[in-house]
Design a protein around this ligand. Sequence first.
Ligand code: 2HG
Ligand code: ZN
Length: 458
Amino acid sequence: MDLTKLIASLPSGTFLSDTEDCVRYGSDWTKTPGQAGAVALPRTTEEVAKILRYCFEHSISVIPSGGRTGLAGGAVAVNQELVLSLERMSKMQAVDIHGNTLRVQAGATTQQVHEHCESHGLLWPIDLASRGSCQIGGNLATNAGGVRVIRYGMARKWVVGLQAVTIEGEILELNNDLEKNNTGYDLIQLLIGSEGTLAVITEATLKLTRFPKHSLVMFFPFPDPGAILNLFAEARKGPFEILAFEFFSKICLDAVAKKLNRQSKLGNTAAYYALMEVELTEGSKDAVEEWLGQMLEKEIVMDGMLALSDSEKEQVWGLREGITESIQATAPVKKYDVSVPVRKIGTFLQATEELLKVGSYGFELYLFGHLGDGSPHLNLVKHPETSMEKFGTDAAAFEKVLFPLLKNNGGSISAEHGVGLLKKHWLEYSRTPAELRLFRAIKKSFDPRGLLNPGKVV
Ligand code: 2HG
Ligand code: ZN
């Protein structure tokens, strides 16, 4: 790619081309091999527009890049493309206390946004373990989920304005922060979740909500997922609002203890654990304690702990949030981020366990995730004695039975991590030929030369 004229027209230091930088910016948390041809670090939307226009005119492929914490390979530069990082665009305006909104540039991290809103008692309710590194642009481009979807929904629900730049360098200002604007197609919603394949998100007006004032965390051991579901059904009727309902299996906890030395106060002998965070709606924690007493009486739970202080809550959350990092440190991993309608989660998990009994696979299944959203994470971790080759063929064999099971249950091959590079070939399990035809037509109308994040999603 010849960037000479472009480099000369922008402030010095806008581009990087060292191999180390190109590898760093060209790859993401999936460790899929990638390397940028060059890296652009613009400071303004106008600079983004100039870069994209140049790329369009010179047929240069571009990979939009945020915190690169994605788990679907959506930010990997597989063919030495130009990586366009938004990290220098991280300004945040003052919170608009009438609209309860916040205008930010795409490179602000999720944690910066949370901290910025906190003093107003307000919250952008998307929360992920990668909050310190992931950026708003990436959160929106991938329609991020996280641990509070059960209460607040996915990222797309929390946006009232978006600025994005097309590959032809046109700056789109979408929706003007209007709560109500019923004038045809919703381009914001089209761009959210498009994983950088349609346009580059440069700014967003985020919708905020009140910070949950009193929350507490409960943590329980269980013998099987069915028993967790019994609690979940009771919790739906409990004297509180559920903020998170998460679960994980014993080996996940073992991995966290080993890698991060975080111990569960409930020991580590149960087959499964559930973590529930709730917001008190009926005033006091007495109502919750009474409800918990009933759960014990009815033998819905046998044991458990109630975390009230911030440090106790963090301690329990630390177990759940340490899982990905700890598993990653164990051995090679293959990740399946699936979902089924919530009502089918019990039968789906049971059927998944049956699938594993049938084959003799060279991996261990680490099961955890967002049970309350019908969205479990299936991580396959290679056995030490299994060769990488057998791990690959075994995972492929497992996919052959897992995906039809998902399809039969009306599920999705990607609940929250997106399609990116890694799940593109499985899309037909979740999308019909008619939908995929429309996907391609939409892609063509935004990006006729196929230059934006090529090879991803469609
Ligand atoms: C989570 O829920 C993330 O912790 C990561 O979505 C899941 O590592 C995974 O598979
Ligand atoms: Zn998740």
